[in-house]
Design a protein around this ligand. Structure first.
Ligand SMILES: [Zn+2]
Ligand SMILES: [Zn+2]
Length: 408
């Protein structure tokens, strides 16, 4: 059992001047240095390509490697990919995989409390980058108690031991030499692929700890501050769907819907047929639906409790009961549909049995879609309930109750 050891108040913790200097100098050199370079020597598409390549390699190493593989064990990864993640993860300069993962597992376990390393309740700036500006007040035993598995991983511990050398080599020497090999001066690759790229990568990751705990929707859980923020997804390779992620952290996807921009999910989907990743953990659909319905039900109950008291006394309990019953029916319909899908997948070859399973699946699908549609329509009507307006509310309640019974 992991004990919650809070970080000391910032007033009692010494500043980490190395981190402060790095976090200040990289944007200064990255932004102004690169702008000055372009002004003096001009722009080249090759420099932008080195920047983009390094950004993608560093970014995926953090999201697919540090985050979804090491921190959450959402899948199995081949040694060659692990090496890729550890090399370019160092290039992202976000700490060794061991330290990053230890902090991140503590973030999930103790989210929104003082034992959460980037606790949003200490303010947006603290969660964004303020926490990095102070020395950690916990001893090594406490800090690493959440990562006993990783302490036994020789490749990861190699990166931890040689982290600073790897930062210099992968984060700065590599892009400079890469640019030079295609005809650019060393300084161009160093500025574009090193300093500027590190700055952007830093702040995109930091936004997940700050903005994704402040702004956005909470469709899967109201238990903590994590939010789904689609605007953060593109530059963070899909990590913006943070409410889903906190609810189902071991799922290999963060943007669970097919249309949600989750480049890390697509990267892993691409690596799977190449045999480089396997055992991708997927939350069963009924669990995801149950979480959504729970949040929708809570919102409906809030809406009903905001209506006029005498009306609420007369109708509130009846609507609550109908909502609960309808929720159970939608969940049961989904479970039947889900089981039918699994069974069909077990009988891949065409046969009479497969044909029977197909038609049963279709019937369960229709049943589920109808139940879900009735639920959604009822939710829309609940949202239209107003504080006053008894006649209007009476008409709405009749429609809500009708929807919750019918077609389910
Ligand atoms: Zn979080
Ligand atoms: Zn996480």
């Amino acid at each position: 059992m992991i004990e919650a050891k809070p970080q000391m108040a910032t007033s009692k913790r010494p500043f980490d001047y190395t981190n402060i200097a790095f976090l200040t100098l990289t944007p200064l050199i990255g932004i102004f240095g690169t702008a000055l370079y372009v002004w003096r020597y001009g722009f080249s598409w090759i420099d932008l390509a080195v920047f983009a390549l390094m950004y993608v390699c560093g970014g995926l190493s953090i999201t697919a490697g540090y985050h979804r593989y090491y921190a959450h064990l959402s899948h199995k990864s081949s040694k060659i990919l692990q090496f890729f993640y550890l090399f370019f993860g160092a290039a992202a300069v976000e700490n060794s995989a061991l330290n990053w993962t230890a902090d991140h597992r503590n973030h999930h376990r103790f989210v929104d409390t003082d034992a959460d390393p980037y606790n949003i309740n200490r303010g947006g700036f603290y969660a964004h980058m303020g926490w990095i500006c102070y020395k950690d007040s916990r001893d090594a035993k406490t800090r690493y108690q959440s990562v006993p598995d990783l302490l036994k991983d020789p490749l990861l511990m190699w990166q931890h031991r040689w982290y600073l050398a790897l930062v210099v080599l992968a984060g700065f020497v590599f892009p400079a030499v890469l640019g030079h090999l295609v005809g650019r001066p060393l300084l161009a690759g160093l500025l574009w692929g090193g300093f500027l790229r590190v700055t952007l990568g830093h702040h995109m990751t930091f936004l997940i700890n700050s903005a994704a705990h402040l702004w956005g929707k909470r469709p899967y859980s109201l238990d903590n501050s994590a939010r789904d923020n689609w605007a953060l997804a593109p530059l963070t390779f899909g990590e913006g769907y943070h409410n889903f992620h906190h609810k189902f952290p071991s799922d290999w996807r963060n943007g669970v819907r097919w249309y949600q921009f989750d480049m890390t999910k697509w990267w892993l989907a691409l690596m799977r047929p190449l045999g480089l990743v396997s055992n991708l953990r997927r939350t069963p659909e009924p669990h995801i639906l149950k979480a959504r319905l729970q949040v929708e039900l809570a919102a409906a109950k809030n809406k009903i409790s905001a209506t006029e008291p005498s009306w609420r006394m007369a109708w509130g309990d009846r609507i609550h009961e109908s909502l609960e019953a309808a929720k159970t029916r939608v969940e049961a319909a989904m479970e039947r549909y889900h089981q039918a899908k699994l069974e069909r997948a077990r009988h891949a070859r065409p046969s009479a049995m497969r044909q029977g399973l197909e038609s049963r699946l279709e019937a369960y699908r229709t049943e589920f879609l109808n139940a879900r549609m009735s639920w959604k329509s009822a939710m829309r009507l609940v949202n239209r309930l107003s504080y006053a307006g008894a006649t209007k509310n009476l008409m709405t309640v009749a429609a809500i109750l009708d929807l919750l019974k019918s077609r389910v």
